[in-house]
Design a protein around this ligand. Structure first.
Ligand code: SER
Length: 893
């Protein structure tokens, strides 16, 4: 049975059982505690915890998921994939254990002719949580399962949570016995390869906190309702129903594996080590495709880092299979062809996806060759340092990883090939410290803490913040909670910076690239300034505020007011961002798609997929198109609609965002600019005001950043430029239009004057050569010129002079020239010897060292010419004296 058919049957079955079919959410998790969507339930967390009222009592979905915890297992087992799809059915306080078990049994064992999956009931085993007698009874009653095929397990196996604070509960898992050829008898507790888990039924009933591991967590409270969250691994069922050995060989993955084998000239199945690599490639290419499809780009942190690692592991695996050329474009296309049957957006967005992935491979291949050279140097040094048991330090391995993107497994492997060990523990410690820093940064940026339980408590107690950012700038509200240093406090006095949660707020919380509003919270006898506004949990707005006067207490009635000037400018900047985006796409084409943005009053920046710098003409065209759109005073229309309709209307869904069922679509000039957006906007484009592009730069291999000043700031930027030109034309005493010509003339004159000056200086220096040569003194038969040449433009001038003097003395005369001088306030010394002088044992290098030592510095060179310097200009006479003494010592005089 094709994977697509398994998916269809799932949705059809649960739709028939009264479930609303919900499309897959983005792989970028809507829950801030998680990096990626790790399970089908993630988009439903607010419904499971009761933070939001579910719009339906039952739902079903096939959710795209990514999990990378077991990345090292990929390819080695039959069942570990980083990208997978999870079929889920969910009940929000509707049916519970009996319903979930009944549906699961019917679908798993129902005949294929009747729309089921047709598994033989005799091959089904289940597990239940250790004290869940009820679940065991239900399996006996509903499914007629004999007691020996129902096994009990503890927290580690039969309790489910997301790995972060949130909902959780005991679970019951369904396994299929693949037969004695796959392992030992005895059920899943004995062998999880033979007994393959296909479906997990979670009885979600508790709120969990302090989640430290699968087993170590605290149960905080009961959820408002008893819910069901189930997840069936689509790929696992596919591999059982397609009669293949593992999930890398199913219809949606195998074509990539086969193509990779062709490229490598390998036969899949011939060599177990090569097979693992081929499976890694097949898995990672697909995961990379899906992640880039959902807007993730390769970076060095967070989700971007995970993606980078997946793509690089795929490239690396291919190299180990003997393919050094770029492979991803081809493999990605194969993966697209199979995956786009279920995810057609992969086709419409193909150009962008392909260019992101190809650029990453290019960068990595360059890294590999640069890193190899650097690694070779490090290995050589390690061997020089310690011939016996050479060892590469953790710092060096970390540097290779951090600066050159050289993966540690590669360092380990390549160092080992050359007989050098690597301090992997030291490396891991540095990695851990770096991750810790990154995590702390990310948490600080969100204005929240890693532990979101205080926020969750507020949500559970008071429900969602009534959010009025789109309707008013000022409202009366009640303080629901004050957090100081992350902990709830009854009140906070003047000077404290605290987090404040209100029952309703007009403040825009930073999101969708728009900065948070600024403003004030005032109350009887007090005032606080709002510094930042964030939404650490969906539906909960948290203000960071500094109490300026009085005491801000929980329960206080307050007036929350957004600074109207701030908001007006913020609206200009956000609408300006949309206009620049549309202008970019008009000028460069639709592949210039936004990959990130940030805007605050007066300023906007937008990152977009594009290779190479914009030509000056393209840049000014973008500015021109944007300002025409402003001039045309296009209407700005904001509408709410179902996601599907927005897609059908061609709205650009900006990635990294996740959307509920109904979305907000912002049009500027009808379809010219149509984006999904929750931000605040002007009501017609003329209100944006001047839009001035102030910068265009690179952000990574395949993305550019454009920056602009907007509104009054745009005007001020231009006014400043005008003033500058005015000042320059005043100084030059020419008309503005002649400024450039005049500066060009002046520069040419300056260059000419510089040339003349240099020639003069050289002539002047050389003019002294004759008198210096004449001043030679006799030191033990050697003619020694030891003189202070005074200030010189550079040590080179002094050198030229010394060589000239030496020439005048003649090579056959035993002679040495030692000149000191001051170049750019630093004492310098140059010594030159004639051939006969060297014959008499006088060496320039030795004399320079003697002089430089007196100058408090160092120097060196060959026997014939050497130069040095120092720091103490008052010691020049002493330096000359040292040279005299050295010559005297050499000649024995
Ligand atoms: N959330 C559970 C899981 O991921 C069931 O959907 O296994």
């Amino acid at each position: 049975m094709e994977t697509a058919e398994i998916r269809r049957r799932w949705l059809r079955y649960f739709e028939q059982q009264g479930h609303t079919v919900v499309p897959s959410a983005s792989l970028v998790s809507p829950d801030p505690a998680l990096l990626f969507t790790v399970a089908g339930m993630v988009p439903f967390i607010p419904y499971l915890t009761g933070q939001q009222i579910p719009p339906y009592p039952r739902a079903t979905s096939v959710q795209k998921c990514v999990r990378t915890l077991d990345i090292d297992e990929v390819g080695k087992t039959t069942r570990h994939g980083t990208f997978f799809q999870m079929n889920g059915n969910f009940s929000f306080g509707d049916y519970f254990k009996e319903g979930a078990i009944g549906y699961a049994w019917e679908l798993v064992t129902g005949s294929q002719d009747d729309g089921g999956y047709g598994f033989d009931p005799d091959t089904i085993w289940v597990t239940v949580y250790e004290d869940d007698d009820e679940a065991e009874q239900l399996w006996r009653k509903v499914a007629g399962l004999p007691g020996e095929r129902i096994q009990r397990r503890g927290r580690k196996d039969n309790y489910w949570h997301t790995g972060a604070a949130g909902p959780g509960g005991p679970c019951s898992e369904i396994y299929v016995d693949r037969g004695p050829q796959h392992g030992r008898e005895g059920g899943p507790v004995v062998d999880e390869d033979r007994y393959l888990e296909i479906w997990n039924l979670v009885f979600m009933q508790y709120q969990l906190a302090d989640v430290r591991s699968k087993e170590d967590f605290a149960i905080v409270s009961e959820l408002p309702a008893k819910n069901i969250d189930t997840g069936m691994g689509l790929e696992r069922v596919a591999y059982l129903l397609q009669g293949v050995d593992n999930l890398y060989e199913i219809d949606e993955v195998a074509p990539v594996l086969r193509r990779a084998a062709e490229l490598a000239g390998a036969r899949y199945g011939a060599d177990p080590a090569a097979d693992v690599r081929l499976r890694v490639v097949a898995d990672h290419v697909r995961a990379g495709l899906m992640l880039v499809g959902d807007g993730v780009t390769p970076t060095n942190e967070g989700g971007g880092y995970v993606l980078r690692r997946l793509l690089r592991r795929a490239v690396r695996a291919m190299r180990l299979l003997g393919v050094g050329e770029p492979v991803l474009p081809e493999l990605l296309t194969v993966s697209r062809d199979v995956m786009s049957r279920s995810y057609p957006e992969l086709l419409t967005d193909w150009e962008r996806i392909a260019s992101v992935v190809a650029a990453e491979e290019e960068v990595f291949l360059r890294t590999l060759s640069a890193g190899t050279t650097i690694l070779d140097v490090a290995v050589r040094e390690a061997k020089e340092e310690r011939a016996q048991h050479p060892r590469l330090s953790g710092e060096r391995a970390f540097q290779l990883h951090d600066t050159y993107g050289f993966p540690i497994d590669l360092t380990l492997e390549m160092a080992a090939e050359q007989g050098v060990e690597v301090d992997a523990d030291g490396f891991r410690e540095l990695m851990r410290a770096q991750k810790e820093r990154a995590r702390a940064d990310a948490v600080a940026k969100r204005g929240g803490r890693a532990d979101t339980s205080a926020y969750r408590d507020l949500l559970t107690e008071h429900g969602l913040t009534e959010w009025l950012a789109h309707t008013t700038l000022s409202t009366e509200s009640t303080v629901l909670g004050v957090l100081d240093g992350g902990a709830p406090v009854p009140a906070a006095g003047a000077g404290r910076v605290v987090e404040v949660v209100l029952d309703r707020t007009p403040f825009y919380a930073e999101s969708g690239g728009q900065d948070a509003d600024a403003g004030a919270i005032t109350w009887d006898g007090g005032r606080a300034e709002v510094l930042d506004v964030q939404r650490p949990l969906k539906g909960l707005v948290v203000h960071q505020a500094r109490v300026l006067e009085g005491e801000l207490a929980t329960g206080e009635r307050v007036l929350a007011q957004v600074d109207p000037d701030w908001r007006r400018d913020a609206r200009q900047a956000h609408s300006g961002t949309h206009v620049v985006h549309a202008a970019l796409r008009e000028v460069l084409g639709p592949q210039a798609l936004q990959s990130g943005s940030f805007n605050r009053p007066g300023y906007l920046r937008l990152d977009f997929s594009w290779k190479g710098a914009l030509a000056p003409q393209q840049r000014s065209d973008v500015e021109d198109v944007a300002n025409r759109a402003v001039r045309d005073d296009l209407p700005v229309d904001v509408r709410e609609m179902p996601l599907e309709q927005a897609r059908a209307e061609g709205a650009l869904a900006l990635f990294g965002e996740t959307y509920g069922e109904r979305v907000r679509v912002v049009d500027i000039g009808g379809p010219w600019s149509r984006e999904l957006c929750g931000g605040t906007h002007v009501s017609s484009s003329a209100q944006i005001g001047p839009l001035v592009v102030t910068g265009e730069s690179s952000v990574g291999a395949s993305a550019r950043r454009i920056e602009a000043a907007v509104g009054m700031d745009g005007f001020r930027y231009l006014a400043r430029e005008r003033d500058l030109v005015q000042q320059v034309s005043g100084l030059l005493k020419v008309q503005r239009d002649d400024v450039v010509d005049r500066v060009g003339q002046l520069l040419a004159q300056l260059r000419e004057a510089d040339r003349e000056l240099a020639a003069l200086r050289t002539a002047q220096v050389l003019a002294r050569a004759a008198s210096l040569a004449a001043s030679a003194e006799d030191v033990g038969g050697v003619a020694l010129v030891a003189a202070d040449a005074g200030p010189v433009a550079s040590a080179d001038d002094l050198r030229a002079l010394a060589l000239d003097v030496r020439g005048r003395l003649g090579d056959s005369r035993p002679a040495a020239v030692a000149l000191v001088g001051v170049a750019r306030e630093r004492p310098v010394v140059v010594v030159a010897t004639t051939a006969a002088g060297r014959g008499a044992g006088v060496r320039a290098g030795a004399l320079v060292r003697a002089a430089a030592q007196a100058l408090g510095g160092g120097g060196g060179g060959k026997d014939d010419v050497a130069q040095g310097g120092g720091s103490d200009a008052t010691a020049l006479p002493a330096a000359l004296q040292a040279v005299r003494a050295a010559v005297a010592a050499t000649t024995g005089s």
